[in-house]
Structures are given as structure tokens and as C-alpha cells.
Design a protein around this ligand. Structure first.
Ligand code: 2AM
Length: 134
């Protein structure tokens, strides 16, 4: 019985931290889990090396009114990094500004996946909604 409970707890926490099993859809943009991983790793590198000149990653705030499920555990802080349709890694510099577009991957400070969100279809211009299949 005790062992079964431990297995249940272990599998529940694994499920909480896992990447989506299929493609994630934000508006008409689609992302594979390996594209999400690449964007998280790029965001984490920038965070750890304090390379924030292009404004990303920056903190993502959990707004109850947006009703977005975070699949990671803990209470944050959470970070957001832009997703580029087609799989490129987002990069913008002071001499060459690149729009971050509409879609973001959310992750913890240790690089655990939390969610994929988009400005496309949000109630307000600066708001977010969850992407499908995230
Ligand atoms: P972003 O556009 O770079 O993703 C003002 O709402 C800004 O705060 C947004 O443009 C967004 O930055 C950022 N932000 C962080 N968390 C947010 C949230 N939960 N909902 C909306 N905007 C958020």
C-alpha cells in the first residue's frame, strides 16, 4: 500500500512537469515539443547569463482572470520566452529589433516546462490565453 502511494505521488509529479505529448497550436501557429525545449533552453541560457537586452525572458505573472493552467509545480517565479513559428530561436538586439510575435513558452527558473500561451484570441491586447494541446 505504502509503495503504491509512493508510485502514485511520483507519477503525478512527473506528469505535472512533462512537455505536451503532441503538437501545440496557438492561433494558426504550431509547435512541437522539441521546439518548446529549444526555446526554454535559449531562455534559460539568457536568464543564467543575465542576457536580457532583448527583454526576454521576463517574468510571467499568473493572472487568475486569464484562467491559464500551469503544468509545473511550485509558486514561481515563472518566465516567458517568445516562440518563433518555424522553429528559429528568438533574438533581438538594440541595433536590430525583432518583434517577439504572439506566442510564448512559460517555464520555471530551473527550466521546467509550465505552459504555452498566446496573445492571439486573448480578451485584451496584452492578455494571454492558453494554446491548444499545451
Ligand atoms: P509580453 O507581451 O512580452 O509577453 C503587459 O501585460 C505585459 O506584461 C504583456 O505585454 C506581457 O508581456 C507581460 N505579461 C506577463 N505576464 C502576463 C500575463 N499573465 N498576462 C498578460 N501579460 C503578461
Amino acid at each position: 500500500m505504502f509503495a503504491k502511494v509512493l508510485v502514485l505521488i511520483a507519477s503525478a509529479s512527473l506528469a505535472l512537469a512533462s512537455l505536451p505529448s503532441g503538437t501545440v497550436t496557438c492561433g494558426s501557429n504550431k509547435y512541437t515539443s522539441s521546439e518548446l525545449t529549444s526555446a526554454i533552453n535559449a531562455g534559460l541560457n539568457d536568464l543564467n547569463s543575465n542576457n536580457l537586452q532583448d527583454d526576454y525572458p521576463h517574468q510571467y505573472y499568473d493572472e487568475p482572470s486569464e484562467d491559464i493552467t500551469l503544468y509545473c509545480s511550485g509558486n514561481g517565479p515563472w518566465y516567458e520566452f517568445p516562440l518563433v513559428p518555424g522553429g528559429a530561436i528568438y533574438k533581438s538586439t538594440s541595433s536590430h529589433y525583432v518583434s517577439p510575435g504572439t506566442d510564448r513558452v512559460i517555464f520555471t527558473g530551473s527550466g521546467t516546462y509550465c505552459a504555452v500561451v498566446t496573445h492571439t484570441g486573448a480578451a485584451s491586447y496584452d492578455g494571454f490565453v492558453a494554446c491548444k494541446g499545451d
